[in-house]
Design a protein around this ligand. Structure first.
Ligand SMILES: *Cc1c(COP(=O)(O)O)cnc(C)c1O
Length: 433
């Protein structure tokens, strides 16, 4: 595969942009190659600067659940564009998206729009602290909640990929207010919450972890979390930036039947434009300025183009049968993927899947938390990634991420991905001998 133009662009980008990228994992360092530059996308495919075509399983890291350039989303953006792109004043588009969000998520009585998932989580934590008058935040090892200071402690995604425990630049005073504990460990959870209960403002969790690779909550884990936080007056925040509108229209909270106090949204909610949101119970949300004293603002918050793209996307997702079809497709694909792994790499991989998000770990497993996820052979993932990219299959350039099924992927796309996976697994098995 010729990637000459991408190589030239990367060299140029590196002169002006740190690492040549505007988000670290894109640089492909952990998979031992240089990034290719994407020029355009359509439906289930992305196309690079040299004209190579790839079946897309990254989906812009989650947002593109409908595939790229969905006609309804493009039409909504185009129509909005004609009327101006930003006013810094309220517009009816914000109400439209807010109504769609609050009707899909009963636990979200009021919602505030921001421009990224990071802004959503960081604002939700500030609100939880302002509401409770407490300081400490409990999070889980390997969960990623964006790049705000409080969360860069045993975080997932790029932080785990780069193998760093935290980040320089995060002051000790902030680190000491974040306690990170193992995912899916109810005993440690209960002890931590009871020991420190009067100081804990909130627990923030990915209800399905997607940033240490996909890790499902163990049966009863979310219910225990709900019961304990309610008992101790601790705000429970579900970070549904990946799972919101991904697992069902009502997110993981609908999927598992557990309602948090606050919910963070991002990715799918913007339909490919920059939108984040946080929302929840009225009694908590009413503490946000201007109704209350907890400050949070944004020049481009509720941007009309972004609201239009989000609303058009959510309307498509609300069509009857959307999530059932996605589930059937994802289950079929995952089943065949697991069968290939068992055939060529017996006992050496674990496939975790919840709905349309999945990860193949190169470890016998089971993978239930950060410790077991990081047992995965990341060199093997890197080789698999390079194999697949060379064959036109676009996977995340890191082990600790999800592969996403989109509504746009056809039977032919998935069959091609399986054929290339078989080829790659054979190579990996042969390299072992
Ligand atoms: C991507 C992600 C974020 C951060 O969202 P950005 O839009 O990248 O700031 C937060 N939480 C989770 C669970 C995510 O997957």
């Amino acid at each position: 595969m010729n990637t000459k133009r991408s190589q030239e662009l990367f060299a140029k980008a590196c002169r002006h942009i740190p690492g040549g990228v505007n988000s670290p994992v894109r640089a492909c360092k952990s998979v031992g190659c240089d990034p290719v530059f994407i020029e355009r996308a359509a439906g289930s495919k992305v196309y690079d600067a040299d004209g190579n075509e790839y079946v897309d399983f990254v989906c812009s890291w989650g947002p593109m659940i409908l595939g790229h350039n969905h006609p309804a989303v493009v039409a909504a953006i185009r129509e909005t564009l004609e009327s101006g792109t930003s006013f810094g004043a309220p517009t009816s588009k914000e109400i439209e998206l807010a109504e769609l969000v609050t009707s899909a998520l009963p636990a979200v009585e009021k919602v505030r729009f921001v421009s990224s998932g990071t802004e959503a989580t960081m604002s939700a934590v500030r609100l939880a602290r302002g509401f409770t008058g407490r300081s400490k935040v409990i999070k889980f090892d390997g969960c990623y909640h964006g790049h705000a200071d409080s969360f860069l402690i045993k975080a997932g995604s790029g932080v785990v990929t780069l193998g760093i425990p935290g980040s320089p630049g995060v002051p000790e005073d902030i680190v000491k207010n974040t306690i990170s504990i193992p995912y899916n460990d109810p005993a440690t959870l209960e002890k931590t919450l009871r020991d420190d209960k009067l100081d804990i403002a909130c627990v923030i969790v990915e209800p399905v972890a997607g940033n240490m690779g996909v890790v499902a909550p163990a049966p009863g884990f979310l219910a225990t979390l709900r019961q304990l936080t309610a008992e101790l007056g601790i705000v429970l925040i579900f970070d549904e930036v990946i799972t919101g509108f991904r697992l069902s229209l009502g997110g993981a909270q609908e999927y598992y039947g557990v309602q948090p106090d606050l919910t963070c949204l991002g990715k799918v909610i913007g339909g490919g434009l920059p939108v984040g949101a946080y929302g929840g119970k009225k009694e908590i949300m009413d503490h946000i300025a201007p109704d209350g004293p907890v400050y949070q603002a944004g020049t481009l918050s509720g941007n009309p183009l972004a609201m239009a793209a989000g609303a058009a996307t959510l309307r498509e997702l609300a069509q009857p049968g959307f999530y059932e079809q996605l589930e059937t497709k994802a289950a079929g694909f995952a089943g065949e993927l697991a069968a290939l792994a068992d055939k060529y790499l017996p006992g050496q991989t674990t496939l975790n899947r919840v709905g349309s998000m999945m990860t193949t770990f190169f470890t016998p497993g089971p993978v239930t938390d950060h410790a077991s996820a990081t047992r995965s052979d990341t060199d093997r993932y890197a080789a698999h990634y390079r194999n697949m990219r060379s064959q036109g299959i676009w996977l995340a350039p890191a082990q600790f991420e999800a592969a996403f099924i989109s509504a746009a992927q056809s039977e032919a796309d998935l069959a091609l991905a399986l054929e290339k996976t078989e080829w790659s697994f054979k190579q990996l098995a042969a390299a072992d001998k």
